[in-house]
Design a protein. Sequence first.
Length: 186
Amino acid sequence: MVSGKVCVLSLTILIFTTCITYGQDTSNSDLAKQSQNPIANLISLPLQNNSNFGIGPDTETQNILNIQPVWPFSINDKWNLITRTILPVVSQPDILTGGEGRVNGLGDTTFTGFFLPKDSAKLTWGAGPVFLIPTATDDALGSDKWGAGASAVFLASGLSAHCLAMSGLLQVQAARISICLPGSIS
């Protein structure tokens, strides 16, 4: 158990050291702008916590912590690949688990790869595949289905993704997931 904690601590230090080293040549205002851009050429580890209160007749609470590492790669002189993963850590109340009691664990992972031109003038844009990976540790925390789709981002307008759930090779199910995050980057 101690070696697992040491491994997690070492990995955390490595990620933060890499982020600090990467950003040393950039001014604070440039870093502030890039940190608000979901597809910036910047290694980052955003954590987004969503608490939903008053669920069901017992007014229970649901909590979802999204761990969202962003990792950029330079493909060539003209293109970057920005990977964005969302790994939810979920605490699901009894009303949403079908009577199993509170369930805690990992939800399904979403992986997106955005291909972006390095010189995109005033409009930053990118497009690429999005995958839904059934990594839930309990049936109450995920769909138990693979999914794939297309994702596009246009900054100044926001982020958009659409994923179709699949069970079996190329068999598209009725379940669909769409994400739209409006916003602007100045």
